[in-house]
Design a protein around this ligand. Structure first.
Ligand code: F6R
Length: 260
């Protein structure tokens, strides 16, 4: 069973997850964090930045992003490399070469998947992967229908995802058509998955991911195949969980020695 943690709001979620990451980073000789873009993990990044401001040392931290667009010019403000520079590297004081993104350049994209998988292995694997979830159940850019065993590769974005992301670009035409994304199999290799979801728009996808059948029609349901998953949700995103009373009971009875 995935562990379900129901929080008041994103700020509480951010503090909880950031404190856990900080503890792990301090205890380890090296720690590899998998980053997600989008709104769901922002409170975690803010809380981590606050911990850095009061002395948290991230010298042993390396990060790998989930995904990147294909074909955006180097330095394009909406490339995930740039987004993560603004939201993670700069506020956390991490040198840019310790935050990896798949190579979405037109010249490198053919081998981008293989090289990214090799880089993750070289780094020792991802210790904790942050995930958001799309309202259609996507994780990373693994749209419905993606193989549950997939590794990092080029994917075609769903039209709905392009429309959703058009708000960051001047027009829909400027939203890339392809991306490079960690596969579902890549995500499942991480040692710990932490999926964050807030708001009623995510309620149905969260319930299907946690309690529904494991199916490529809802890529996030693959988290049920992982031995260590923490799903951090607010009340609105938890609203459609059938076993919510049991999750609340589990949370209330959680032994103090169990971390996140
Ligand atoms: C981000 C990503 C996506 C988002 C998902 C939710 O790198 O790969 O799967 O996590 O679309 O987005 P938000 O958090 O903006 O609701």
């Amino acid at each position: 069973m995935s562990e379900i943690v129901i929080v008041r709001d994103e700020v509480e979620a951010g503090a909880l997850v950031a404190n856990h990451i900080a503890t792990m980073v301090q205890a380890a000789e090296r720690f590899v964090l998998g980053l997600a873009t989008g709104s769901s993990p922002l409170a975690v990044y803010r809380a981590l930045a606050e911990l850095v401001a009061v002395g948290l040392d991230l010298a042993h931290l390396r990060c790998f992003a989930l995904d990147e667009y294909v074909g955006l010019a180097d330095g394009h403000p909406e490339s995930y490399r740039e987004v993560l520079r603004r939201e993670v590297s700069t506020p956390l004081g991490l040198p840019a070469d310790r935050v990896h993104t798949p190579d979405g350049s037109l010249s490198g994209v053919q081998s981008a998947g293989e090289r990214y998988e090799a880089a993750i292995v070289d780094a020792g694997g991802i210790d904790l992967q942050l995930l958001g979830i799309g309202s259609d159940g996507h994780i990373g850019f693994n749209e419905p229908g993606s193989s549950l065993a997939s590794l990092t590769r080029v994917k075609t974005l769903a039209q709905q995802t392009r429309r959703d992301n058009a708000r960051f670009f001047a027009s829909l035409d400027e939203v890339p058509i392809h991306c490079v994304t960690q596969g579902i199999g890549t995500i499942l290799r991480s040692r710990h998955l932490v999926l964050l979801a807030f708001g009623s728009g995510k309620a149905r996808a969260v319930a299907a991911a946690v309690e529904g059948p494991v199916t490529s029609s809802l890529p996030a349901s693959a988290i049920q195949l992982h031995p260590r998953v923490t799903v951090v949700v607010d009340e609105a995103a938890a609203a459609e969980l059938a076993h919510i009373e049991y999750y609340r009971h589990t949370q209330a009875m959680k032994p103090a020695w169990q971390g996140l």
